[in-house]
Design a protein around this ligand. Structure first.
Ligand code: FES
Length: 289
C-alpha cells in the first residue's frame, strides 16, 4: 500500500463524512422547519459529498497505469504461475480487506442520504384544501388594518389603496388567515365604475375590495396602477381591471380576482356586506391538485 493510496482513502472518507453530515443536517432542517435555503444547502452538501467521494475514488484509488495485453500470450512456467496466483491472492486479500470499510462507508452514506430524502415525502399531503382558499369574510365584519385598527372611509382619497383584513383575524395567531383573507381596498371615482349589473351596490362611494391572492399561483397582488385602474401581480404580471370586477386584462391568470361587497356606515366604518364573490387563490387550491 503506497502513501498515495492511503491519502486517497482518507480523501474519499472525508467526502463521505461530508455527505453524511449534509444528509443529517437536511433531515434536521426539514423537521425543525428551517428555511428552504438551509434545506437546499444541506441537501447539496450531501450530494456533493457522494460525488466528491466517487471522483476521488476514480482519480486516486483506481489504477491508471497502461497494461498491454499480448496478442498471443505464452503459457508461463509452473513456477511463474504459482507465484502469480499467490501474489494475486495476497493482493486481493489486501485490497479487499483494506477497502472494505471504505466501501461500507460509501453505502452507508448513500443509505443515509436516501433516508433523508424520504423526509420531504411528508410535504406531499394532506391536501391543503380547506386550509387555504377558504375566506373568513362575512357580512357585517369591519375592515381592519394589520394592526387591528378599523379602516375609515374618510382616510382614503380617490386613487388610494390599502391592504385590509376581517376584524378579529389579525395578529400572530392568524398568520394563515391573514394570507388568505387579505384584500386590496381601492377608492376610485364612483362614476367610472363598470361593475357587472349584479354588483351595482358592491362599491359604495367608489370603494372596491378585491382579494389580494393572485388567481394564477397565489402571489400577493400588491401593485396598483392608478392611471389605468389596474391591480397587478408582480410574480408573472397578471393584471386585473379594478373598475370591471377584477377581470383579467393581461397575464397568465385565468380567473378574475374575487371581489368583496362593501357597505359604509354613517360614521365612515367600512364593512363587508357579503362574502367573497369566488374562491380565493389559484384553482389548484380549490381542487386540491
Ligand atoms: S402568481 Fe400572479 S401572475 Fe402568477
Amino acid at each position: 500500500v503506497n502513501r498515495a493510496e492511503k491519502r486517497g482513502e482518507v480523501h474519499a472518507a472525508l467526502w463521505l463524512a461530508l455527505s453524511v453530515a449534509g444528509s443529517v443536517a437536511f433531515a434536521a432542517a426539514y423537521v425543525t422547519g428551517a428555511t428552504t435555503q438551509v434545506q437546499g444547502v444541506s441537501l447539496a452538501l450531501a450530494c456533493f459529498g457522494i460525488a466528491g467521494a466517487l471522483v476521488t475514488w476514480s482519480r486516486e484509488l483506481l489504477p491508471h497505469e497502461q497494461v498491454a495485453d499480448e496478442q498471443h500470450p505464452l503459457r508461463a512456467s509452473e513456477a511463474e504461475r504459482a507465484d502469480a496466483v499467490s501474489r494475486l491472492i495476497s493482493g486481493e486479500a489486501e485490497i479487499v480487506g483494506r477497502r472494505t470499510w471504505l466501501v461500507r462507508l460509501g453505502w452507508s452514506a448513500l443509505g443515509i442520504l436516501g433516508v433523508a430524502a424520504l423526509f420531504p415525502v411528508r410535504s406531499l399531503g394532506p391536501s391543503p384544501r380547506g386550509q387555504v382558499g377558504a375566506s373568513n369574510w362575512k357580512s357585517g365584519l369591519r375592515l381592519v388594518r394589520e394592526d387591528g385598527s378599523p379602516v375609515r372611509a374618510e382616510l382614503l382619497d380617490v386613487g388610494s389603496v390599502v391592504t385590509a383584513f376581517p376584524e378579529g383575524r389579525v395578529g400572530p395567531d392568524h398568520v394563515t388567515d391573514m394570507a388568505n383573507d387579505a384584500i386590496m381596498l381601492v377608492r376610485v371615482q364612483e362614476d367610472a365604475l363598470r361593475l357587472p349589473g349584479a354588483r351595482h351596490d358592491w362599491a359604495p362611494r367608489g370603494f372596491l375590495a378585491y382579494s389580494k391572492v393572485c388567481t394564477h399561483a397565489g402571489c400577493p397582488v400588491a401593485l396598483y396602477r392608478e392611471g389605468p385602474q389596474q391591480l397587478m401581480c408582480p410574480c408573472h404580471q397578471s393584471t386585473f381591471d379594478v373598475l370591471d370586477g377584477g377581470s383579467v386584462v393581461f397575464g397568465p391568470a385565468a380567473r378574475a380576482l374575487p371581489q368583496l361587497p362593501l357597505q359604509i356606515d354613517a360614521d365612515g366604518t367600512v364593512r363587508a356586506s357579503g362574502t367573497m364573490s369566488g374562491f380565493v387563490g389559484p384553482d389548484a387550491w380549490e381542487t386540491g391538485a
